[in-house]
Design a protein around this ligand. Structure first.
Ligand SMILES: Cc1cc2nc3c(=O)[nH]c(=O)nc-3n(C[C@H](O)[C@H](O)[C@H](O)COP(=O)(O)OP(=O)(O)OC[C@H]3O[C@@H](n4cnc5c(N)ncnc54)[C@H](O)[C@@H]3O)c2cc1C
Ligand code: FES
Length: 320
């Protein structure tokens, strides 16, 4: 992604929709219409903090056919490395931000006979635009949405009002869990399942679907959580001869950007493959945090996704 793909937007509305979640409505700041997008898309929001530029992806929740504005919902995460806290504390009506063009790494399958959407917590956001799209084309779908409590669950009432019996809500504080095995067991052939939420929930859903015999191509997931912090190390760049220190709280990509070095990226979440970089040598082992490389490629250690992965040792040499 380069500056030419960035759009300037203005915050037109901010609404607290749950105890730690705010909804932001963004309109074009330069009068140019916003681009069309498809259900499940996200944009990367650039936030100028005093010490650095933060770029975080956020899913578009609004109706894909309405390009008069975009809407995102942001959960303020505890121990934030900066982005979600910035959105909650520094962004208000009138704030101008730069965002990327929408990108979709989580689209509904066009030929699916039915769509089962499974959301946990803030993982509801990509399904908001997806459901608008599925409804507009008359597709068969149902949502299973697990939240900690009504106070922490965003959009529960809105979803029930709009989609009625297609929406199934589960409240953890009432001891309710998404009955995934049951849901997966009773679907017609050709159904696709989509999961977005905390990592343990995604892992459980993927494992359950596989165990229930669902083909890999019918199982889709999108993970929001950034990997845990690590210890600092040095990234040596073969082609430019430069060396940068990667702090414990930042990704290799962020360290490069902080040092004015351009590197390709799209999703910044380890899913799209855009930031794949060849490894020339590595001290220690690579902590692969992406969902893109195959297990064999990860074990081989000759590639790294610099937006999310780091190393256990003191230095890595990259073909950059
Ligand atoms: C496709 C996609 C869509 C998303 N949609 C939403 C949404 O709709 N709503 C929502 O609330 N959240 C969403 N997220 C999560 C969101 O992008 C942020 O991760 C979240 O807001 C928390 O950000 P944070 O900066 O507060 O803190 P943290 O989660 O603590 O940190 C995020 C930062 O950690 C950095 N990082 C990445 N890997 C490493 C590493 N290995 N070591 C150290 N640092 C690393 C990242 O570059 C990023 O800047 C989405 C994520 C993805 C990938
Ligand atoms: S930018 Fe998409 S995998 Fe790194």
């Amino acid at each position: 992604m380069t500056a030419s793909f960035l759009r300037r937007v203005r915050v037109a509305e901010v609404e607290p929709v749950a105890s730690r979640i705010k909804r932001f409505r963004l309109v074009s700041a330069d009068g140019e219409p916003l681009s069309e997008f498809s259900g499940g898309s996200h944009v990367t929001v650039c936030m100028q903090a005093p010490d650095r530029l933060i770029r975080n992806p956020y899913s578009l929740m609004s109706c894909p056919s309405d390009t008069s504005s975009y809407q995102i919902g942001v959960l303020k995460v505890p121990d934030s490395r900066g982005g979600s806290e910035f959105m909650h504390e520094n962004v208000s009506i009138g704030t101008e931000l730069e965002i990327s063009e929408p990108l979709n790494l989580f689209p509904p399958a066009k030929l699916a006979r039915k769509h089962i959407l499974v959301a946990g917590g803030i993982g509801i956001t990509p399904f908001m635009s997806m459901m608008s799209e599925l409804e507009s084309v008359g597709a068969d779908f149902e949502l299973h949405y697990g939240v900690r409590s009504l106070a922490e669950g965003a959009f529960c009432k809105l979803l029930e009002t709009r989609y009625g019996p297609r929406v199934h809500l589960y409240f953890q504080d009432k001891g309710q869990l998404v009955p995934l095995e049951q849901v997966l067991a009773s679907q017609p052939l050709g159904t696709h399942v989509y999961v977005c939420g905390p990592k343990p929930m995604i892992d459980w859903a993927l494992r359950s679907a596989t165990l229930a015999g669902w083909p890999d191509e019918n199982i889709h997931s999108e993970q929001f959580t950034a990997p845990p912090i690590g210890k600092p190390f040095v990234a040596r760049l073969v082609r430019t001869g430069r060396e940068v220190t990667v702090g414990g709280h930042q990704s290799i990509l962020e360290a490069l950007e902080q040092n004015g070095i351009d590197a390709p990226f799209l999703c910044r979440g380890g899913a799209c493959g855009q930031c794949e970089t060849a490894v020339t040598s590595c001290d220690g082992f690579i902590e692969h945090n992406d969902h893109y490389l195959t297990e064999a490629e990860k074990a081989d250690g000759r590639k790294i996704m610099i937006c999310v992965s780091r190393i256990s040792g003191d230095a890595i040499t990259l073909d950059l």
